[in-house]
Write a protein that binds this ligand. Structure first.
Ligand SMILES: Cc1cc2nc3c(=O)[nH]c(=O)nc-3n(C[C@H](O)[C@H](O)[C@H](O)COP(=O)(O)OP(=O)(O)OC[C@H]3O[C@@H](n4cnc5c(N)ncnc54)[C@H](O)[C@@H]3O)c2cc1C
Length: 237
């Protein structure tokens, strides 16, 4: 058993133990919906619901949200994929920001698909497969003082916690002025770009400034120019 999680057999249960505490969930091979049970040290059982390409080599994974899993926009989870090896003896864990808002019934994460053991396993995980979530973790979230603007700087897949905060701010009708500067080498690498433009058009307090080689080609010599940001963020100056 590695990392405290094992899948005992195809017909049996997954179990996790910590000291004298033990939690069991139904096997991935049963067709019944998993009953999620919470234990603070051990996390939550969940299932993969869908995967969608959101930019080049970048995939968003939608997971079942356990009923009592509460989080603040901007927080992260440890995601464990169980039984990665054919004999089911292995598991792999990575940390991901939650990209969805706390107001929806699912948990979305997104990642660049690279040739690592974890991402190979995640990319081919059959829909419905059970995974383990630990969290939420972190205190990276939108500040409460609405008189202070929020300025987010994101590169590549680092946009995920900001997407969660922006979706949440839209539902909450948060009064903060929010600026998101989002840089990618190429426009096709920019994840959730349509959703971010939609958020900008629906929230007058939010300014979205995306930057990539394609966008700089329109503006000059290929270097990031603050003037571009100024024009988008402060049109009257
Ligand atoms: C709070 C938090 C939030 C995060 N949110 C996200 C998110 O939303 N999306 C996301 O994609 N990622 C996120 N991450 C990062 C994520 O946990 C992974 O680390 C990342 O996705 C890389 O995983 P990987 O499997 O591609 O690489 P890994 O196999 O985990 O390797 C990580 C790096 O180490 C290098 N490396 C690995 N093994 C060796 C070795 N033996 N020698 C030298 N170098 C080596 C790899 O080349 C790679 O660059 C987050 C991390 C944290 C801490």
């Amino acid at each position: 058993m590695r990392c405290g999680i094992s899948r005992s057999s195809c017909q049996g249960t997954w179990s996790r133990s910590s000291g004298d505490t033990r939690i069991e969930v139904e096997s991935v091979f049963t067709s019944r919906i998993i009953t999620t049970r919470r234990f603070p040290l051990l996390g939550y059982a969940s299932r993969l619901l869908s995967r969608t390409e959101v930019a080049q080599d970048t995939v968003a994974f939608r997971f079942e949200r356990p009923k009592d899993f509460l989080f603040r926009a901007g927080q992260s989870i440890d995601l464990t994929v169980l039984g990665v090896r054919p004999d089911g003896s292995d598991c792999l864990t990575h940390t991901f920001s939650i990209a969805s808002s706390p107001f929806i019934e699912e948990i979305l994460i997104a990642t660049r698909i690279r040739d690592s053991a974890f991402k190979r396993a995640l990319s081919i995980l059959p829909l419905g497969t059970h995974v383990n979530l630990i969290g939420p973790m972190g205190s990276f979230s939108l500040h409460r003082n609405t008189s202070k603007p929020a300025v987010f700087l994101a590169v590549g897949i680092g946009v995920t916690p900001f997407l969660s905060m922006l979706c949440s701010a839209a539902v909450d009708k948060a009064r903060h002025n929010i600026f998101l500067f989002y840089a990618n080498r190429y426009l096709e690498d920019a994840a959730f770009i349509d959703a971010l433009w939609d958020l900008e058009s629906s929230n007058t307090n939010f300014r979205f400034v995306q930057h990539s080689r394609a966008s700089t080609a329109l503006h000059g010599d290929g270097r990031v120019k603050l003037a571009i940001f100024d024009a988008r963020c402060f049109p009257n100056t």
